[in-house]
Design a protein around this ligand. Structure first.
Ligand SMILES: Nc1nc2c(ncn2[C@@H]2O[C@H](COP(=O)(O)OP(=O)(O)O)[C@@H](O)[C@H]2O)c(=O)[nH]1
Ligand SMILES: [Mg+2]
Ligand SMILES: [Zn+2]
Length: 314
């Protein structure tokens, strides 16, 4: 027996496969070493990967007699993370993603814009369309309406769609469900921002593990320890991921970083020098746009931070 399937769950060396769009899971393991050409990833197979598999006999694969993954098909795209900036090793978070939804919350836990910008840059690098989801608005709309508007100004100004949600009250969940449609979408973002809760809110029949906020730090604990795809009643495939601590940049040269800030790329066409690092050069159109408020100071600062780290660690 053999066939093709999509990886929907990955726990260590064990995988669950399904022949999407059917949702009919069966277990699989990897045969020997499958290495992807030119990849430094620690995981050769990721959730969302299309794979070929084989089983010894004609019986359906079971946990005792799992199927064997024999090859991984070429990826349309993927999202990858380097655990730290020093690390050469990278981990593929998900493959063949139609869109990434980056979940953030302004508070509980408090947002770190440079961290969000790093994720956005990674999505740009790997050609994954991205939408930002501002969750937990029920907790801070009352006292932080202005901060919400500032946040939207920054990110909508950079060209991203921002959807406000509350997994608690259900606000914005219909909008998000429509945005996801019936595609393969990745939910990513820091631990505790509500990724698993949002999946539950989108389809209450699903049961991803929701973490408790530890009151001492008002931060989420690590609750989702593996990557897993869920299929909603409406036929969307949503990938839940563990909270990301670090989100190191992968394979980016210093002069490339600004290419992945869409608003800077746009402005940089008018810079006097090419290449321009947009730091000290005369006639830099990016700096001019920052001075005039057309590019947000926050995004520009994230860019400078990435430049600096890049220089430090190479
Ligand atoms: N008030 C409120 N709490 C939320 C919301 N979304 C998630 N939470 C809570 O935040 C904590 C972490 O949620 P979880 O879904 O596990 O976050 P994850 O780590 O990103 O998957 C849990 O206690 C949730 O009940 C929201 O929209 N509003
Ligand atoms: Mg979770
Ligand atoms: Zn410039």
């Amino acid at each position: 027996m053999k066939g093709e399937a999509t990886v929907v769950k990955n726990a260590g060396s064990h995988y669950l496969l399904s022949c999407l769009p059917e949702w009919d899971l069966f277990p699989a393991v990897l045969r020997g070493r499958i290495r992807l050409k030119g990849s430094s990833a620690t995981n050769p197979v990721a959730v969302g990967d299309r794979v070929s598999w084989e089983a010894d006999d004609d019986a359906r694969p079971t946990p005792e007699h799992p199927a064997t993954i024999t090859s991984v098909h070429e990826r349309r795209n993927y999202v990858i993370r380097r655990s730290t900036n020093l690390s050469r090793q990278a981990h593929v978070i998900a493959a063949n993603v139609d869109e990434a939804f980056i979940i953030v919350s302004l508070y509980f836990p408090e947002i770190k814009l440079p961290f969000l910008d790093r994720i956005l840059v990674t999505c740009e690098v790997y050609n994954v369309p991205v939408t930002i989801v501002l969750n937990k608005v029920d907790l801070y709309r009352d006292f932080a309406a202005e901060q919400i508007e500032d946040f939207k100004r920054i990110y909508e100004g950079a060209g991203y769609r921002v959807i406000e949600t509350s997994a608690r009250t259900g606000e914005g969940i219909d909008t998000l469900r429509v945005a996801i449609g019936t595609r393969v979408c990745l939910l990513s973002g820091e631990s505790g921002v509500g990724k698993s809760s949002i999946i539950k809110a989108i389809d209450p029949s699903l049961d991803p593990k929701v973490g408790k906020i530890s009151s001492a730090h008002l931060q989420g604990k690590h609750t989702t320890s593996l990557y897993e795809m869920y299929r909603t009643a409406e036929g969307a495939c949503i990938i839940d991921s563990p909270g990301l601590r670090g989100f190191g940049l992968v394979d980016l040269k210093k002069e490339e970083i600004a290419l992945y800030f869409p608003e800077m790329l746009e402005a940089s066409r008018q810079c006097r020098f090419t290449p321009c690092t947009h730091t000290h050069e005369p006639g830099c159109a990016v700096k001019e746009a920052v001075d005039e408020g057309r590019i947000s100071a926050e995004r520009y600062n994230s860019y400078l931070g990435m430049l600096e780290e890049d220089t430090k660690f190479r």
